[in-house]
Design a protein around this ligand. Structure first.
Ligand SMILES: [Zn+2]
Length: 335
């Protein structure tokens, strides 16, 4: 079943007041015997200016082929005839139009109640008649035909595991779904795991699962989705073979080996370059030391040269001038 959400505007009949923490579900019948008075018709009626001003509202209307939602399940409506009923319960109207199939409408209502029980983590003791709150004879047909217990018995929550997760509900049913996902898709839900909260991550992996089993990726866990999950879980029990994607693993291994090789080559290059650098540095130090020795030797030579220069000057001073030399020559050679 699809649920068409068409929330009525904020008004006298929708004040956005939260429902009390202890929640119930109240079953009504529309009591409207006009032909064509189906869920769509009541969706139009509840949105009419007259109704929005007059003060009646409830959460869902169900007929034999559709479900309309008029209020979020977190908000109060005005349908139970008492403060206790309005502040605590979600109101469901079942259409009784004569051109519809009432038995099918009841079945659809049972399906809807099952979804809500799972979503809100409630048991069947929380399902009430409008009568229980205010004493009004509603749901009138079910009461007149004595089929209330049969109606309750027909609400399947345990056997079929019917669920509908949308709009982030929490609870045990969500946790069970998350644990199933973890079994079927190891490594899914990496950040939050099975935390009982139907958040973005669970929606993402639900869509991943739905994609794998060929269902629309609408993030919803309905009875079909849950059925596929049960099949997969049974397959897992029947044949506990871990299926792995060999091609993908080989590809990842090859990529990993390639990376390890590159790191090795890089390390080798690095070591070679480091060795060469350290060799060059050592050579430079040796050359600097040699230059120091040469510089010291050079300074010694310069000092010796200075000494020699000084001696030359002294020698020049004691050598006689040339005319004295020639006078001596003449004096002693002529004798
Ligand atoms: Zn009622």
């Amino acid at each position: 079943m699809e649920i068409t959400q068409d929330f009525i505007p904020m008004s006298v009949v929708r004040k956005g007041t939260p429902l009390a923490a202890s929640k119930f579900i109240t079953i009504h019948e529309t009591g409207n015997p006009s032909p064509g008075a189906d869920a769509l018709m009541h969706n139009k009626y509840i949105r009419s200016a007259a109704n929005l001003a007059r003060g009646t509202s409830w959460h869902f209307t169900v007929d034999d082929h559709s479900i309309y939602q008029h209020l979020p399940t977190s908000e109060q409506g005005i349908h139970a005839g008492t403060r206790a009923g309005n502040t605590q319960s979600i109101g469901i109207e079942i259409c009784i139009n004569p051109d519809g199939n009432f038995e099918q409408a009841k079945k659809n209502a049972q399906w809807l109640v099952a979804q809500l029980l799972v979503q809100l983590n409630l048991d069947k003791s929380k399902i009430k008649q409008h009568f229980d709150w205010s004493g009004k004879n509603c749901p009138a047909t079910i009461r007149r035909t004595g089929t209330w217990q049969a109606f309750l018995n027909g609400i399947e929550t345990g056997g079929e595991k019917a669920m509908l997760f949308n709009g982030c509900p929490n609870g045990e049913a969500v946790k069970e779904w998350q644990e199933s996902l973890l079994k079927i898709i190891p490594g899914s839900l990496p950040n939050f795991g099975a935390d009982s909260d139907f958040g973005g991550e669970t929606e993402e992996w639900t869509n991943f699962f739905k994609n794998k089993v060929g269902l629309p990726h609408d993030g919803k866990v309905d009875d079909i989705t849950y059925g596929r999950m049960l099949n997969k879980l049974q397959e897992l029990v029947a044949a506990p073979v871990v299926t792995v994607d060999r091609v993908e693993i080989d590809r990842l291994n090859a990529a990993n080996n390639e990376l390890v090789n590159q790191i090795k080559i890089y390390n080798e290059n690095y070591n070679t370059q480091a060795n060469e650098k350290s060799k060059l540095i050592k050579e430079s130090i040796t050359q600097l030391q040699q230059i120091n020795v040469l510089t010291t030797q050079n300074e010694g030579l310069i000092r010796q040269l200075a000494v020699l220069d000084a001696q030359i000057v002294q020698l020049k001073a004691i050598v006689p001038p040339p005319e004295t030399v020639s006078w001596f020559k003449r004096m002693f050679s002529s004798k």
